[in-house]
Design a protein around this ligand. Structure first.
Ligand SMILES: [Fe+2]
Ligand SMILES: [Fe+2]
Length: 256
């Protein structure tokens, strides 16, 4: 565009470009779900009829979003790690710490998966979401532990040297008190047969133990293979109770 022929302010043009990028991808229109907009502090949704009227020769996106890394037809957990999880380092560090500590493969896998709710999906109630995603594919001890770690993180256990995280004081303030449902979850969890598995997630829930260590997912491929029942149809296509969650991660901007 010739800027002199069309004297438009830079910021207005930037807004317009962003609008274009947000909504039109070649022949497709991508929309943002209400949840994504709430992340910007707005309870709103794109109007289907208005967007269609503004783009009469385009169709709404009903499949893969070309802006995101391409997923294979039959995606595995490892494909999601590489293409949909925003950060691997914390999960790899935690799992490596558990492995070096001589823990069982269940504990190591629980550590590797404990925050996939955060890294791939949503922060709020990440333990619950993460557990739900993996529940059909792992031993119940692992998914139980992932769910409960969210609550256990807030409560010390001197028997294994776990203290309330200093980081939480920095993040949430010294006066922060967990919600009653988290307290109730902790009360239920502490007498459960899998309590210590979940507690081990919290013990290994670290952000760095060796600044020079560069753990890689390859170190855990065998443990995943032995302990995560990868569906042959691909995650998202096996009609499990959480298949829709994996599909949503794969296609987060599908119109319906
Ligand atoms: Fe967590
Ligand atoms: Fe964590």
């Amino acid at each position: 565009m010739n800027e002199h022929a069309n004297p438009q302010s830079l910021s207005a043009r930037a807004d317009e470009l962003e609008e274009e990028m947000m909504h039109t991808l070649g022949q497709c229109i991508a929309t943002k779900s209400v949840l994504f907009n709430m992340g910007d502090g707005k309870v709103k949704m794109d109007s289907g009829p208005a967007l269609k009227a503004a783009n009469p020769d385009k169709y709404f996106l009903m499949g893969a979003d070309p802006r995101l890394p391409k997923m294979p037809d039959k995606p595995t957990l490892i494909d999601f790690f590489h293409n949909r999880f925003a950060s691997l380092n914390h999960l790899l560090q935690s799992a490596t710490h558990a492995l070096k500590g001589g823990h069982s493969e269940k504990v190591v896998l629980a550590c590797l998966l404990h925050d996939i709710g955060v890294t791939g999906f949503i922060r709020c109630d990440h333990g619950y979401w993460g557990a739900q995603m993996i529940e059909p594919y792992v031993d119940e001890e692992i998914s139980w532990a992932v769910r409960a770690h969210q609550a256990l993180r807030f409560f010390p256990d001197p028997s294994v040297g776990y203290e309330y995280p200093e980081m939480y004081v920095k993040y949430f303030g010294a006066d922060y008190k967990p919600e009653p449902y988290i307290v109730a979850e902790y009360e239920r969890a502490k007498n459960h047969k899998y309590y210590m598995t979940s507690r081990m997630i919290t013990v290994n829930d670290i952000y760095s133990f060796d600044p020079d260590a560069k753990p890689v997912l390859d170190d855990f491929v065998d443990i995943i293979g032995r302990n995560f029942k990868q569906p042959k149809e691909g995650l998202g296509f096996d009609n499990s109770p959480s298949a829709h969650m994996w599909r949503t991660l794969m296609w987060p901007t599908r119109f319906l």
